[in-house]
Ligand binder design. Structure first.
Ligand SMILES: [Zn+2]
Length: 198
């Protein structure tokens, strides 16, 4: 049986996984972006780097069977199944208090704070915020280089499956954007199922 974690709307959770585990990140109600971070749990702090992943993979997002890499160029996760129409984003930062302040909202929940709260629950303080992988986020660059975020096209139950290539601490947030079409106008939950192959 998979180990299931429900991430309520506009919140985040830390999940420890072991090398070989399969991690399925599910959007039960559809159109909900999930931000994903991965940190190594060994003696040296290393983490999933979207820029290194773009560089090594020579793509905006890994294709099936390709990997997400760390700042040290180590493979951390492999994309083994995409049960969604995509696209997934690796260009945007997490939504943050500063973003919402610019939009005129004060004290709004946000993925950056939810990352740090989830890490704090694991006893980890990080003085910076790595850029996340924005699963199900519909923000592919336009041919002239412009960027905007449109409503996610992920259907209810759309998911992605990753394999852990190392022991990792994952953080997944259910993105908090509710004033822009990013999450279809309504913030909903994300589910994470971790399966350990026999
Ligand atoms: Zn967010």
């Amino acid at each position: 049986m998979p180990n299931r974690t429900v991430i309520p709307p506009q919140s985040g959770r830390a999940i420890r996984v072991s090398r070989g585990d399969l991690i399925r990140i599910v959007d039960p109600q559809g159109q909900q972006v999930a931000d994903l971070w991965a940190f190594t749990t060994g003696e040296t702090l290393d983490w999933l780097s979207t820029s290194h992943t773009r560089d090594i993979g020579e793509r905006l997002f890994p294709a099936m069977g390709e990997r997400f890499y760390s700042t040290a160029g180590k493979p951390l996760l492999t994309l083994v199944e995409d049960g969604s129409p995509g696209p997934h984003d690796m260009l945007y930062p997490a939504c943050s208090n500063a973003l919402y302040e610019r939009a005129g909202f004060h004290g709004h929940p946000n993925c950056q704070d939810n990352l740090h709260k989830a890490l704090a629950a694991e006893g980890i303080t990080l003085p910076f915020t790595p850029d996340p992988v924005d699963l199900f986020q519909n923000s592919m660059p336009l041919p002239d280089g412009r960027l905007d975020v449109y409503a996610s096209i992920n259907p209810p139950g759309g998911y992605i499956t990753l394999r852990a290539e190392q022991d990792l601490l994952l953080v997944v947030t259910a993105c908090s954007v509710d004033y822009y079409p990013t999450n279809g106008g309504v913030c909903t939950e994300i589910e994470v199922e971790v399966t350990r192959p026999e």
